[in-house]
Design a protein around this ligand. Sequence first.
Ligand SMILES: Cc1cc2nc3c(=O)[nH]c(=O)nc-3n(C[C@H](O)[C@H](O)[C@H](O)COP(=O)(O)OP(=O)(O)OC[C@H]3O[C@@H](n4cnc5c(N)ncnc54)[C@H](O)[C@@H]3O)c2cc1C
Length: 409
Amino acid sequence: MNYDIAIAGTGPAGLMTAERASAKGLRTVVLEKRKRVTDSLMGELVTDKALKFLRVRPNSEYIGNKYTSIVGESLDTGANIVVGREQLGNSYLFDEDNCQELMKERAESDGAEFRFEARVKSVIKDNGSVVGLKYNQTEEIRAGLTVGADGSFSKVSETAGFTHPKWLLSYGYRWKLTGCNGVDPEVAYFYVGKDVGLGYLWLYPRSETEVNLGIGRVPSSKANWDALPPMQDVLRKYKNGHPETKDAKIESINGGVVPCAGIIPRFTDAGVSLCGNAAGQVSSIIGGGVTTCFHAGTMLAKHAARAVEDSDFSRKSIRKYENEYMKSKMANSITQTGKGMWAVSKFAMFNDPIEAAETVLGSLDARTLNAAIQGKMGLGEMMALLTEFLPMVMSLGKGYLRSIAVSGL
Ligand SMILES: Cc1cc2nc3c(=O)[nH]c(=O)nc-3n(C[C@H](O)[C@H](O)[C@H](O)COP(=O)(O)OP(=O)(O)OC[C@H]3O[C@@H](n4cnc5c(N)ncnc54)[C@H](O)[C@@H]3O)c2cc1C
């Protein structure tokens, strides 16, 4: 059978594309190398936007918890900053398995077909156009549009010939802990610290007795990475050093890699498009990819339906998705945070970013910090940052220039 759309991957990008494409009546097939859609990491902390895309309510079974505030804290000095709902809006912890099942069931009820234990090997090309996928040993599938939603090391991207500039990759590792003691379920924590390196450690409670404890870090250089303790050790030290988590059981372990350098230069071509991590559609400073995947998948499904209606899968037709996507606010924010991440990573090659982060936590107000994280710095916030942190900003500038000179960029 020939499909309208063949999607590689059942992360948030692939599932949202499948859900929306099948709802539009497209003959949809999804290939996933794992055995099932659940038990994988879909990201966890999200805001109202993600719930809107997913069309679920805050008090439904799809939400694991809701927070009243988020605390950023230094593990070394205890300096902290509290970001309340006024700055951040609402923050939630997804119930990942339920959300993934929901998207799969919606897609299936609209006729989508899922094939598990189907490992994509390459795209199939015909006359310069992608016309389908090869998977497992010898199996093949044909479709008008092929979508690479197969993550940071996308086979679709590699074999379709998209170029990836040197990516800043963030390595993430997470434990689900049960049997905790006296956790405040309303507050989520982000920690920076010398052991953490360029990234953060997080504690997202599900209840008084259950939390997600994770760490994500970017290796600014091999030497910097090698000088840090392994990520598991940093989590263990945190777990054992806090009365709430000391006696907890590690219920499950998960991890992944998130691109943090912004959107790749081109992610569409004749018969093919990338979506999600594969295209670098991730908010870089915090490594948040769920909402951005939902946004990209929704828009891609709309363009897929148009291409099917016009029977036009040419480069020009599929590129309309890329053009509309790149004009969106979400893409602009990803691009800005991506640039910020490059600057921070370069700064970290020659300076101590943790010291800088700890200075920020010690004295910056929550509104300014929030604007910086979201890549939305207005003139007011910029001035506040410049006057309060002039020495730090000057050293950041120097470190940045020096690293540019060394790397030749
Ligand atoms: C530890 C950690 C914590 C995170 N926390 C958050 C958070 O709190 N909030 C947030 O917004 N984001 C978070 N993120 C980021 C978010 O999880 C990712 O950006 C998002 O999952 C990317 O979705 P995706 O669908 O593009 O790719 P993925 O989620 O990576 O999914 C890709 C899918 O493709 C499948 N696949 C890969 N190769 C093949 C192949 N060859 N053939 C078939 N299938 C294949 C994989 O098995 C997988 O199911 C976190 C990431 C990590 C690692």
